[in-house]
Design a protein around this ligand. Structure first.
Ligand code: GDP
Ligand code: MG
Length: 730
């Protein structure tokens, strides 16, 4: 054949497949607008045909009706089968729903039996992927001896490759899949062979179809085939029918089943075998594995302790692994701070940069590693499928509140950030459920509160910090339960709607997706850092730095000068070693004077006055005026509590300054615990307040939430602090 002849030849490609497998999508991608729509002759089944030139060939593409099988029961099935049998398309592309391989393969198996050239398009490859179904296409191609191509019909992916394979196969002289036919059981095969023998002998060249297929159809008592054979009635076709009837009778006696049911079973057996081979992660197997894991993880007795253990481990990891990068960032911030200190001349501007911007943002950014780790752990829970198990586990507990397990997912997300958590309540059907969930979610300790706990617990509880922080989280959960119950029986009366919790199969998370999820949420943290925290730090700095004029209780500058001179006077008369000792004592004295000066100026600053003014509120819960001011500033964003404390307590710029300053302040461990409790519970940050207003659509609930959370915070802190003192804790 010359090239010219070859390009002249028209190839017919028929597209077959289950309804909704994506035939029309693929057909449209191939043919574009060049398609003809009509009916199949004699019936009202739509026929679509298109002519295109691709790869140097004239192609005629035919979209066959979508069917699940080729048993001649429906018009669509008959049309599709007759087309393949009578028109002999050069290639039949079987479009297979890769996410539903078993169902799709039934039709495909029947088409293969027609002895035409077949190419498999594993369509819906994207759906299969997201469902975790992996198909070994090479293995499938090898097992069935035909080309297999992955496609995504609605996105035009793989369709060129599919066409190339189809053309290649059409033009090759290889008739595929001759060997790999469905092998029926011994009795069926015997029946088929017997009928086939008569058919071949009787009809021979007159036979419209392949002999084996005709024999199978006669054993199945296929009406269409019988009619067809009767079109050219010979005396002999009667014998074939008689033999078929005899064999059918035998089979029915042996199996007590219609032979067509037997062949169907055998085909499904064949398909099951293929699926075992090519499904790299069989769905059933995944489901089984998941079920086994769930036997433990959602067990009535051990499920809950395991859940608590996971959450506890999450916070331990956050705290322990976070330590190293935190130290590193602290050093960086310290370095930056002393760099700026030596470059800029003393001025108000330098003060702003150093004590406002760097101190404020710096004291928060050091917690980035902790927050990254926390979000990473939450991403693991989500991506493995454990998150929905936790909802399942929590279902009973949630019923105590009058909510169901579904409400627990927003609450769990609240550990990361309350804003997306409140947005996640949208999935709840009932309005009352939603409002109730929104009201209790702020008690789930968000990641922004974590820096406050880390500083306070780290300073006052040392090695027990992780456990103390864990107890704070638990307290938040308990209070949300109490609140839920309270409101369910008063403000938001109603019954919880029944629901079905979906438990998707567990999957091994992909690192990339974990990192993306972690980063998506951490970005919000960094963005907040860039805007609100920077702004808040500057405002707080300004409140600290003004008024500029302060009446100090003594002339600190003169005292400092005096101290320096005093030690310098000894310098000439002392030896080297003694000199070093003297210098150290001098620096100590100077630093102490500087610290006292700074403390005095802060006390007289606007923020100091504000702090004094709110002291009566915070004193009963053990928090001094500095802590009180820090808490006030926390309304902007909870991280700012730390940066305000950084400004108010830390009087030098060394790393760890805040912890050291806190340790030597009037705060006691009990007071620190009380402060953590207050931070956990009191009014949500600005962004959360805005989210509450948006999601409840009312200022009423927003105001209610602010007042309620803050009152609860004060009362609980009061109980903790005064109760602790009564019990003899400091
Ligand atoms: P047909 O019944 O076989 O003709 O199927 P259609 O071509 O009409 O497709 C059925 C639906 O599946 C349509 O909504 C398509 O957009 C969609 N679809 C087709 N192929 C794919 C695919 O590979 N992936 C996904 N996700 N959707 C597909
Ligand atoms: Mg269609």
């Amino acid at each position: 054949m010359t090239v010219a002849e070859q390009t002249e030849k028209q190839l017919t490609i028929a597209l077959a497949g289950n309804p909704n497998a994506g035939k029309t999508s693929i057909f449209n991608h191939i043919t574009g607008t060049r398609q003809k729509v009509g009916n199949w002759p004699g019936v009202t089944v739509e026929k679509k045909e298109g002519h295109v030139r691709k790869e140097g060939r004239d192609l005629r593409i035919v979209d066959l009706p979508g069917t699940y099988s080729l048993t001649p029961f429906s018009i669509e099935e008959i049309v599709a089968r007759n087309y393949i049998l009578d028109e002999n398309p050069d290639v039949v592309v079987v479009i297979i729903d890769a996410s539903n391989l078993e169902r799709s393969l039934y039709l495909a198996t029947q088409i293969r039996e027609l002895d035409c050239r077949v190419v498999f398009a594993l369509n819906m490859a994207d759906v299969a992927r997201t469902r975790g179904i992996k198909i070994d296409a090479d293995k499938l191609a090898e097992l069935l001896d035909l080309p297999v191509v992955f496609t995504v019909g609605n996105k035009n992916e793989g369709i060129d490759a599919l066409l190339r394979k189809a053309i290649e196969l059409a033009e090759s002289d290889h008739t595929p899949h001759q060997q790999r036919k469905v092998k029926y059981n011994k009795d069926l095969e015997k029946a088929i062979a017997a009928v086939q023998k008569v058919v071949v002998a009787d009809l021979g060249d007159e036979l419209p179809y392949a002999a084996r297929w005709t024999a199978i159809k006669l054993v199945e008592d296929d009406k269409i085939v019988k009619e067809r054979l009767l079109e050219k009635p010979t005396e002999l076709s009667r014998q074939a029918f008689e033999e078929a009837a005899r064999q059918r009778q035998l089979l029915m006696e042996r199996f007590d089943e219609e032979p067509e049911i037997l062949t169907t079973d055998e085909r499904y057996g064949f398909i099951a075998g293929i699926i075992k081979e090519v499904h790299m992660t069989a769905i059933q197997q995944r489901v089984d594995i998941s079920r086994n894991i769930d036997l433990v993880l959602t067990n009535r007795f051990v499920g809950f302790p395991i859940f608590i253990l996971f959450i506890w481990a999450m916070f331990q990891a956050t705290f322990t692994f976070g330590e190293y990068p935190v130290a590193f960032i602290e050093t960086l911030v310290g370095g930056l701070s002393s760099g700026v200190n030596s470059i800029l001349p003393d001025s108000l501007f330098k003060d702003l940069i150093l004590n406002g911007v760097i101190a404020g943002v710096g004291s928060v950014i050091v917690f980035l590693p902790n927050i990254l780790i926390l979000f990473f752990c939450i991403a693991i829970f989500e991506d493995t499928g454990y998150m929905s198990r936790s909802a399942f586990l929590m279902d009973k507990i949630m019923h105590l509140i009058g909510l169901h397990g579904k409400s627990f997912i927003p609450m769990l997300m609240g550990f990361g950030c309350t804003v997306p958590a409140i947005m996640a309540t949208r999935t709840l059907e009932s309005e009352k459920d939603r409002i109730l969930t929104i009201l209790i979610t702020p008690f789930m300790s968000c990641s922004a509160k974590l820096p406050v706990y880390i500083v306070l617990a780290g300073t006052f509880f040392g090695a027990r910090a992780g456990t103390v922080i864990f107890s704070i989280y638990i307290l938040g959960i308990i209070l949300s339960i109490v609140t839920g119950r309270l409101f369910r029986s008063t403000l938001l009366k109603g019954v919880d709607a029944p629901f079905v919790m979906e438990l998707p199969p567990y999957r091994v998370p992909m690192v990339k997706s974990l990192l993306i999820h972690m980063w998506d949420r951490s970005r919000i943290f960094l963005k907040k850092m860039g805007k609100i925290i920077l702004l808040g730090s500057i405002v707080i700095w300004a409140l600290t730095a003004f008024p500029r004029h302060v009446n100090f209780s003594m002339d600190y500058d003169a005292e400092i000068q005096g101290a320096i001179q005093k030690y310098d006077a000894y310098r000439p008369v002392s030896g080297k070693e003694m000199q070093q000792g003297l210098e150290a004592r001098r620096d100590q004295e100077v630093n102490s004077l500087k610290a006292h000066k700074a403390a005095e100026r802060i006390e007289q600053s606007y923020i100091g006055r504000l702090g004094k003014w709110v002291t009566p509120v915070f004193e009963p819960i053990g928090i001094d005026w500095r802590g009180g001011v820090a808490l006030l500033t926390g309304f902007v964003a909870k991280e700012i509590v730390v940066s305000t404390m950084g400004v108010l307590y830390a009087v030098d710029d060394e790393p760890d300054a805040l912890e050291r300053a806190l340790a030597s302040s009037t705060l006691t461990p009990l007071a620190a615990f009380s402060m953590m409790v207050f931070v956990l519970l009191y009014l949500p940050c600005l962004s959360t307040v805005a989210a509450i207003r948006r999601e409840t659509g009312s200022y009423k609930w927003m105001t209610f939430s602010i007042v309620y959370t803050t009152s609860v915070a004060w009362v609980v802190s009061f109980i903790v602090y005064q109760g602790g003192r009564l019990l003899g804790y400091a």
